[in-house]
Design a protein around this ligand. Structure first.
Ligand SMILES: *[C@@H]1O[C@H](CO)[C@@H](O)[C@H](O)[C@H]1NC(C)=O
Ligand SMILES: *[C@@H]1O[C@H](CO)[C@@H](O)[C@H](O)[C@H]1NC(C)=O
Ligand SMILES: *[C@@H]1O[C@H](CO)[C@@H](O)[C@H](O)[C@H]1NC(C)=O
Ligand SMILES: *[C@@H]1O[C@H](CO)[C@@H](O)[C@H](O)[C@H]1NC(C)=O
Ligand SMILES: *[C@@H]1O[C@H](CO)[C@@H](O)[C@H](O)[C@H]1NC(C)=O
Ligand SMILES: *[C@@H]1O[C@H](CO)[C@@H](O)[C@H](O)[C@H]1NC(C)=O
Ligand SMILES: *[C@@H]1O[C@H](CO)[C@@H](O)[C@H](O)[C@H]1NC(C)=O
Ligand SMILES: *[C@@H]1O[C@H](CO)[C@@H](O)[C@H](O)[C@H]1NC(C)=O
Ligand SMILES: *[C@@H]1O[C@H](CO)[C@@H](O)[C@H](O)[C@H]1NC(C)=O
Ligand SMILES: *[C@@H]1O[C@H](CO)[C@@H](O)[C@H](O)[C@H]1NC(C)=O
Ligand SMILES: *[C@@H]1O[C@H](CO)[C@@H](O)[C@H](O)[C@H]1NC(C)=O
Ligand SMILES: *[C@@H]1O[C@H](CO)[C@@H](O)[C@H](O)[C@H]1NC(C)=O
Length: 554
């Protein structure tokens, strides 16, 4: 076991050698005050061995009383540190607090011998209303121990609260956070779709603004949803290679059966995805903190503030005529609610509702012989909703919520289906204004292209290359600040399945360029190029440059 690391940080050259592999996903450190008093609380320590369905870490979390007034903190962060050794698949992790999903993550795959360690620090400031009250904190990480799979994930989670002061003001927060979740007290609160997931929710009648955050990720036959082929070409390929129901997915949020907002999801590649050798030690962007999607539900307040339960629905649909997908996607959401100073109910009218039930989609292509075809799926979506909202205190707000999204997924299969290429682009702009002031804005571009080449019908060795980006200018709601992230990652990999998983062989390269900036002037840049040989053997870091105002906190 050999680790060679040439690290350039602030123009200082360092060489580090070690035996435990330190994995990471590139991303900016949370923006936290440098000089504030901190209160650190251990939330749990938990070993995830055979933890499917019943093995969640469940704990009661109380707010600290020695970092200023409860709920007045400048920031809150969560530090998840995990070690593992042995052989194991990547697993999905769901953090739920007060029945609200607050963070979705996934695991790196361990190595035999001294194993791996990683830390991800999550900015949880936006969930301050939840952290201000004692409640049930659940971390679900479904792991399996069986023949050939012995990797246990040993986890430690700490929460850090930053005391506010004149120089470090308390963070802005919602008055209330309401879950769109299964409300389970024994496991993660995400729902599995299809079919759709619906929940009755009653909104306080003096609500004046309401912003949804959506979580969604594909699993099982939907983990590689972008490689699923259109139904009309499914008979042209072996079902061992891929699944049906095309490569387009739209996550929809409906209120009383009306589409309120949608997401064209980003492709999060888990650390066993395509080729595990591509993702050591650098994970695919988003794997440790899956991106979420923002919808302004304020235009629906004229319907929602009547003291009655309303039907909130989450589902995921494809471009097929019947919109079918395979099992399964895990979905949930939360509502950040802002109340009026008056207890009188909010009233108003929806003045524009121009929304189709489904995106406009097309599926084209042609096949020449079994395992040789081209398929193109396109989609576009326009949403336009306006409403006049009159608060109990007499403030009139004109809200305009729009989404304009485009999608294209071009697949080619050759050589009996053994060679595949994919070019996917997902771009768009979501925007909401309240009396002309932008309160939510999401301008994104998620291009993804790959070649995937199996050597032969045994499907036991393959090469792959991936070139993908996450480019997003995001203001999820007015309680947070607008930030710009540009991440570009290219990988190449080779993998050969052995007689047992522990005998697998692989190698790969990963080049990652990441930049973050926000409207408060914080910046962070990292450029890192690595090669990983023999799957569990050697990692070479050719370049690792970190700079920006947040660099010293990482
Ligand atoms: C995260 O927690 C681990 C221990 O659980 C600690 O070793 C590490 O320094 C922490 N990292 C950060 C950035 O706080
Ligand atoms: C790896 O796991 C095995 C089996 O659980 C254990 O015996 C061994 O001590 C572990 N090695 C390290 C370096 O943690
Ligand atoms: C979860 O616990 C809360 C508070 O004790 C309770 O109101 C709720 O009914 C429980 N949910 C389920 C699904 O049991
Ligand atoms: C919502 O409440 C209505 C009655 O108000 C009931 O018929 C319906 O089954 C409930 N739906 C869900 C998803 O709980
Ligand atoms: C508004 O909601 C509050 C709290 O549920 C309730 O007490 C009040 O009666 C409601 N007002 C009206 C006019 O419905
Ligand atoms: C699919 O895999 C199964 C089991 O691995 C094998 O028996 C079958 O021949 C394969 N089918 C095709 C079309 O390759
Ligand atoms: C809630 O809305 C969804 C989507 O329109 C629908 O499938 C479901 O039947 C509705 N549930 C109830 C109880 O009305
Ligand atoms: C909503 O429409 C009704 C009927 O036209 C009108 O009386 C009321 O003033 C409108 N409310 C708002 C907030 O525009
Ligand atoms: C697929 O597209 C390529 C490039 O556009 C073209 O050369 C090829 O003939 C097409 N193949 C089929 C089977 O349609
Ligand atoms: C593919 O993998 C199998 C089993 O690991 C091996 O027997 C075969 O030689 C490999 N083929 C190539 C071309 O490497
Ligand atoms: C993985 O590492 C172990 C020892 O650390 C070694 O015995 C084994 O051969 C390695 N496997 C591969 C495929 O490199
Ligand atoms: C993997 O190793 C083989 C043999 O040394 C080499 O030809 C290939 O370029 C390597 N691939 C990657 C992606 O590192």
């Amino acid at each position: 076991m050999l680790t060679i690391l040439w690290s350039i940080l602030s123009l200082t050259l360092t060489t580090v050698t070690g035996t435990v592999i330190r994995d990471f996903q590139v991303g900016q450190p949370p923006v936290v005050p440098k000089d504030a008093k901190q209160c650190r609380v251990e939330v749990f320590q938990h070993d995830f061995a055979n933890s499917f369905d019943t093995g969640s870490a469940i704990t009661q979390l109380n707010p600290p009383t020695d970092c200023g007034d409860i709920g007045s903190w400048a920031a809150i962060t969560l530090n998840l540190t995990v070690t593992s050794n042995g052989t194991q698949f990547d697993r999905l992790g769901i953090f739920t607090f007060h029945n609200v999903e607050i963070w979705r993550t996934s695991t790196f795959e361990p190595t035999i011998g001294d194993g791996i360690i990683w830390t991800y620090v999550k900015d949880a400031t936006q969930y301050m209303p939840l952290f201000s009250e004692a409640g049930l904190f659940i971390f679900e990480l479904d792991n399996l121990i069986e023949t050939g799979l012995d990797g246990v994930y040993s986890t430690v989670l700490t929460a850090t609260y930053y005391e506010s002061s004149r120089t470090n003001p308390a963070a802005k927060k919602a008055d209330l956070i309401i879950p769109i979740s299964t409300l389970s007290n024994t496991t993660g609160n995400d729902a599995s779709v299809p079919p759709d997931f619906s929940l009755n929710i009653t909104i306080p009648n003096n609500t004046v603004a309401i912003y949804a955050e959506l979580f969604a990720s594909g699993n099982g036959l939907e983990e590689d949803w972008f490689f699923n082929v259109p139904d009309k070409f499914f008979s042209d390929i072996s079902s061992n290679i891929t699944s049906a129901h095309d490569g387009f997915r739209e996550v929809r949020l409906l209120v009383d059966g009306m589409v309120a907002g949608v997401a064209f999801p980003y492709i999060t590649v888990f650390s066993g995805g395509f080729d595990p050798s591509c993702w050591r030690p650098i994970g695919s962007y988003g794997m440790a903190d899956l991106p979420t999607y923002a919808v302004d539900l304020t235009p629906f307040l004229p319907i929602l503030t009547d003291n009655s339960p309303h039907n909130f629905t989450l589902d995921v649909v494809s471009a097929e005529a019947n919109h079918s997908i395979n099992a399964n996607w895990f979905v949930s959401g939360n509502l950040q609610v802002i109340l009026d100073s008056s207890s009188k109910p909010t009233t108003g009218n929806i003045t524009v509702y121009s929304v189709n039930d489904f995106a406009d989609t097309s599926i084209t292509g042609s096949a020449t012989e079994f395992g040789t075809f081209n398929a193109t799926v396109t989609a576009k979506r326009e949403i336009h909703i306006e409403a006049d909202i009159l608060s109990g205190s007499g403030h009139l707000t004109h809200t305009v919520w729009t989404q304009d999204l485009q999608f294209s997924n071009v697949q080619t299969y050759r050589n009996n289906g053994l060679f595949a290429t994919l070019q996917q682009t997902s771009t768009g702009k979501s925007s909401s204004t309240h009396n002309g002031v932008p309160v939510l804005s999401d301008v994104f571009s998620f291009p993804f292209s790959t070649n995937f080449d199996y050597f032969d019908e045994t499907l036991t060795n393959w090469t792959t290359s991936i070139d993908h980006s996450y480019d997003r200018v995001l203001l999820p709601n007015p309680l947070r600040i607008a930030s710009t992230i540009n991440n570009h990652q290219t990988t190449n990999g080779f993998f050969q399945v052995g007689s047992e998983k522990s005998g697998n062989f692989g190698n790969g390269t990963n080049s990652n360029t990441f930049t973050y900036s926000d409207v408060e002037g914080n910046t962070y840049t990292r450029k890192i190029n690595v090669a990983n040989t023999n799957f569990n053997d050697t990692i070479i870091v050719f370049l690792d440059e970190i700079s920006g105002s947040l660099a010293s906190t990482s």
